[in-house]
Design a protein around this ligand. Structure first.
Ligand SMILES: [Zn+2]
Length: 641
């Protein structure tokens, strides 16, 4: 794990925000820059964009080094780099920019494939795959999409290869190809003890043969630099020979002995190859690295030792060989912006969920959220056939109708209004300009998002309205310094979950606003603005369809639980509670001290108990070991633990 040295996450914002430092913006000013500095900036912005695309979307904030009175475009080099990242010319599908005085913002939507390209595009974005292959006489770097196809083929190929003869599947092709490497004309040279300076080889470069010659004195640095890419290319294709010390015209020149000694040549080659990352889909242990052999052959000139020819014979690999760890970034609460390691990267790239492998699942379950067109962190969601679909659940719990702004649950709204005299007027004033939507009330949204409750909060209200972004109002009795932080943190978590759990693929940011019952002038103190950064209007919910899509994501966020089938399938999948189960859970724990749930086996009592324990922990701020759970058998006890 490698944390990014110069990208900082601002955790206090309601949206995932990366501060990318000072940047020169605009084509004209960027063209005047020192090219090295320009490239560094471009890489930093692209890495920030990559991290956000892969982590549910967010905001890149930059301080412009060049003051500009007029709005400026980003700059061609930055645009090109971002286009490559999303593998599409359609930049506006994921990015929007805005200049606010000397601040420049790039709004990034979460990465997800569209349903029609779900099988052709990878699940995450990357700056580079570090995977290579041979194309006749060239070594070619695979772009993200090619890497995805390559990995997908490898994975499928391993899965369907028969293994019932007991032999590890990897050995079969390896043995076959070994013979082909030995029948290669290069094999004779590979076995030579000595060669003559200036001798012309009788074979040319091919898919399995590459000649390299160098004039540098820094032999070791040169080798460390070129070897990994060739090893990856040969191993991922059909194997082959890398000759170091032969020029393009097939003439043996060798490395002069004055520049390097025999042993270090071999050591550098072997050490470099040992560091090359590999990934196995097959049953081989991870320690099974690339098979290769390095030979250093003496090159003589007129009877005297002149130097050495280094030949590396690389065997084809069962799975995938990289030149270095792939270049892709993510954001994590603990690590900040961090670079994925090879294993994490491959698993994210080719995560297809259980669809392909499990026929039983499709027999009894219905897919509610598929991995093929959802954001990178989503888990697939299934519900038992015959139970309510997420659309039905949304209609029942969070129904929206045209030209109507509703409060839900109505009973809670009435109760809160009767307890707090000023509440009704205060809320009405806030939402008076909206005519279509839903105000969803909770005693505390935080508890339902598995965050700790803040006692001073009277209620949280989430507004989902047409022509507005979602807005989270936190209503306090008294002014509270931490009120805004609480509201931001809850909104942040909600947005993350709507995308990364609920699978919402539209643009979304939950705006925040703290209201205070005791204060006379809420709106004035907050300046009437819900967020210090003005989000583009594309972040508004444009119509009922978008509102429903968002509310269906919300249904998944609130009703999901880890399926008991996950272990059996070897892949985490989520199920949904029924509306009835959810209504039981929605009861206030402070008011409902006793609850008797009676149901047949398999009706979901255990899952309700688990969810309630989670709520107890968050509402009463208690440790796990201060909650007593009693059940009738040991397996259940162990499961709950
Ligand atoms: Zn393998």
């Amino acid at each position: 794990m490698e944390t990014h040295p110069s990208l900082a996450v601002k955790w206090s914002c309601p949206d995932l925000t990366i501060y990318a430092g000072e940047v020169t913006i605009g084509e004209e000013d960027r063209n005047k820059m020192d090219s090295k500095k320009r490239k560094l900036e471009k890489t930093r912005i692209t890495e920030a964009a990559c991290a956000l695309l892969n982590s549910g979307g967010g905001l890149i904030a930059m301080q412009m080094t060049n003051k500009s009175e007029h709005p400026v475009e980003m700059g061609q080099d930055l645009e090109k780099s971002l286009r490559e990242l999303i593998m599409s010319p359609n930049m506006q599908a994921f990015f929007e920019t805005k200049q606010q005085e000397d601040q420049f913002y790039i709004f990034v939507k979460s990465w997800s494939c569209r349903p029609e390209d779900g099988s052709t595009k990878p699940r995450i974005c990357s700056l580079g795959s570090s995977l290579y292959c041979r194309s006749i006489t060239s070594k070619v770097a695979m772009d993200s999409r090619e890497a995805f196809e390559f990995l997908k083929d490898k994975k499928a190929c391993i899965k369907y290869r028969p293994t019932d003869d007991g032999a590890p599947p990897a050995k079969i092709p390896r043995a076959m190809c070994q013979n082909s490497l030995e029948s290669n004309p290069a094999f004779e040279i590979f076995q030579s003890k000595k060669l003559e300076y200036g001798q012309c080889l009788l074979f040319s470069e091919s898919t399995s043969i590459e000649f390299k010659q160098f004039s540098t004195k820094h032999v070791q640095a040169y080798m460390k630099n070129i070897i990994p890419e060739y090893i990856s290319a040969f191993a991922n294709t059909q194997g082959g020979y890398l000759f170091i010390g032969v020029d393009d015209k097939r003439i043996i020149l060798g490395c002069p002995k004055d520049n390097v000694d025999r042993d270090s040549l071999k050591t550098v080659a072997n050490e470099t190859i040992s560091k090359v990352p590999v990934f196995h889909f097959c049953s081989s242990k991870d320690k099974d690295k690339v098979s290769y052999e390095t030979r250093v052959i003496d090159v003589f000139q007129e009877g005297n030792l002149y130097g050495y020819l280094c030949v590396i014979k690389v065997e084809p690999f069962c799975c995938a060989v990289f030149s270095e760890a792939p270049i892709s970034w993510m954001v994590d609460k603990e690590k900040g912006v961090y670079r994925l390691n090879t294993e994490e990267w491959v698993r994210m790239m080719v995560d297809f969920g259980p669809e392909a492998s499990s026929k039983d699942l499709s027999k009894d379950f219905e897919c509610q959220l598929s991995l093929c067109n959802s954001p990178p962190h989503c888990r697939p969601v299934y519900s038992k056939k015959g139970l309510q679909h997420k659309v039905d659940l949304q209609q029942r719990l969070f129904q929206v109708s045209p030209d109507c702004l509703k409060y839900t649950p109505e009973s809670l709204w009435k109760e809160l209004c009767s307890q707090h005299k000023r509440l009704k007027g205060l809320v009405k004033q806030q939402i008076r300009s909206f005519s279509c939507g839903l105000l969803i009330l909770y005693r505390s949204w935080a508890v339902d998002l598995n965050l700790k409750e803040k006692q001073e909060v009277i209620c949280d209200a989430l507004l989902i309205a047409q022509n507005s972004p979602p807005i989270l109002y936190t209503i306090l009795g008294e002014q509270d310094e931490q009120g805004q932080d609480y509201c931001n943190h809850t909104a942040f978590t909600l947005k993350q979950k709507l995308v990364n759990t609920g699978g919402y693929t539209g643009r979304v940011c939950v705006m925040t606003k703290v209201l205070c019952l005791s204060s006379q002038n809420n709106i004035e103190t907050n300046g009437g603005s819900v967020s210090p950064i003005n989000y583009p209007s594309s972040y508004n919910l444009a119509n009922i369809q978008e509102m429903q899509d968002l509310l269906q994501a919300l249904v998944i966020v609130l009703l999901n639980f880890r399926s008991f089938l996950s272990d059996q399938l070897g892949c985490e999948i989520l199920n949904l509670l029924t509306a009835q189960q959810y209504e039981i859970l929605s009861k206030s724990l402070r008011k409902t001290r006793e609850l008797f749930v009676h149901g047949l086996p398999g009706s979901g009592k255990t899952i309700i108990a688990m969810k309630i324990m989670e709520k107890i922990r968050n509402t009463f701020h208690c440790e796990t070991d201060s909650i007593l759970y009693i059940c009738e058998n040991q397996p259940l006890r162990d499961f709950i633990r």
